[in-house]
Design a protein around this ligand. Sequence first.
Ligand code: PGA
Length: 302
Amino acid sequence: MHITLRQLKVFEAVARLASYTRAAEELHLTQPAVSMQIKQLEGGAGLPLFEQLGKKIYLTEAGRELYHYSRAISQQLDEADRVMAEMKGVRRGRLTVAVASTANYFAARLLAVFNQRHADATIILEVTNREGLLQHLDVNDIDLAIMGRPPEKLDLVAEPFMENPLVIIASPSHPLARMKKIPLARIQQETFVVREQGSGTRIAMERFFAEQGVQLSTGMEMSSNEAIKQAVQAGLGLGIVSIHTLELELETRRLQVLDVESFPILRHWYVVHRQGKRLSPVAQIFKEFVIKEARGLLKVPG
Ligand code: PGA
């Protein structure tokens, strides 16, 4: 059965108003145009949909069935219309944000404040490392990313919004924990527990030591900041992490930031999207919110 939406709309009006003339008026069509649509619809259905008794028209059994469906379909179309209109605004908008595993330590707090202000917006949060974020940006399946500075050669728009100091951590019982102004040469004698390849923290750390001409001895490699912190607490070596990951451990004194020459490594957090990306209103508002308010809302540990 071949039915067009236009035929269904005409049918719904004729059935509801029980009149070709009034349906034609409502739809701004001529009466012959309305009759023609109904004829075509009956042809397509292979069944009569109306019967004329005297001056009045009535739905046939098949007409009543079809009326039931046509009302449901037009309600759905109206709803689709409404949702599209709402999506043009912030209300009911959908936002997919991907954040670096390290940024996840503060992302939830930002989203909580944003959610209080825009409770009807749907927010989807992805957490992955830097390499994963660059892949998301490449396939264009997210609105925004929160990450360290992306490579310049990619067609991305990146705006900094907060500092991201990387520090060296040790267990409080480590011999270096009480030392002041530890020289980099002394650090060279230690073993480090490091993040996985593809982590922004790892790349920044390697770049820093290469620039300083320091050869670091790396021990175990771990794919999360939590694992690194646990390993350092357990005495497996020193670690390098963002200060943002340390709120709890510094408060409870389970880890200590070492006072090392040239540290912290100063990085920044950026809110990033593809160049030319058509940000939805909710994505645009979230981006502005992060740039203007993140720094004030978040307490940097230490
Ligand atoms: P990551 O952090 O180490 O969790 O990938 C991202 C970054 O610092 O760029």
